[in-house]
Design a protein around this ligand. Sequence first.
Ligand code: HEM
Length: 120
Amino acid sequence: MESYTASEVAKNNGKNGQPCWIIIKGSVYDVSKMLKDHPGGEDIILDCGGKDATKAFNEVGHSTDAMQDMKLYKIGVVVSDNVKTTNSSPVINNISTKVEPQQQKSAPAEKEGFKLFCCC
Ligand code: HEM
């Protein structure tokens, strides 16, 4: 599920050809395509474009059918600026991947072999 900050949602306020996004109970809805069909009218939602419309939505006392319809327009959840992170993989610092070559084992000390005696 996509996550958006409040400032990202605010840019999509339905004005100047922007899509119309609203926040209801922490979820982000793109209502651009349903504005004209909204039984309560287009303007009332446009007034909430880019903003948190939870209070206004609840005050109307929308039916359970309306709650079901909402799901069709959900595009993500709202997160605070400092929660949103990139998808990059974590960087593991201070862990050396360099494998030190094993210390060259010195040739086993030559065992004292036969002693050669010169008979000359
Ligand atoms: C995804 C968001 C929304 C959906 C799917 C939606 C859907 C509906 C539906 C189906 C109705 C008909 C009555 C009902 O079944 O409850 C309705 C009425 C209404 N809605 Fe919404 N609505 C949404 C958001 C909003 C918002 C944000 C506001 C206010 C800012 C709002 C204000 C109203 C009003 C004033 C009515 C008329 C109530 C009446 O005349 O009895 N709606 N809406």
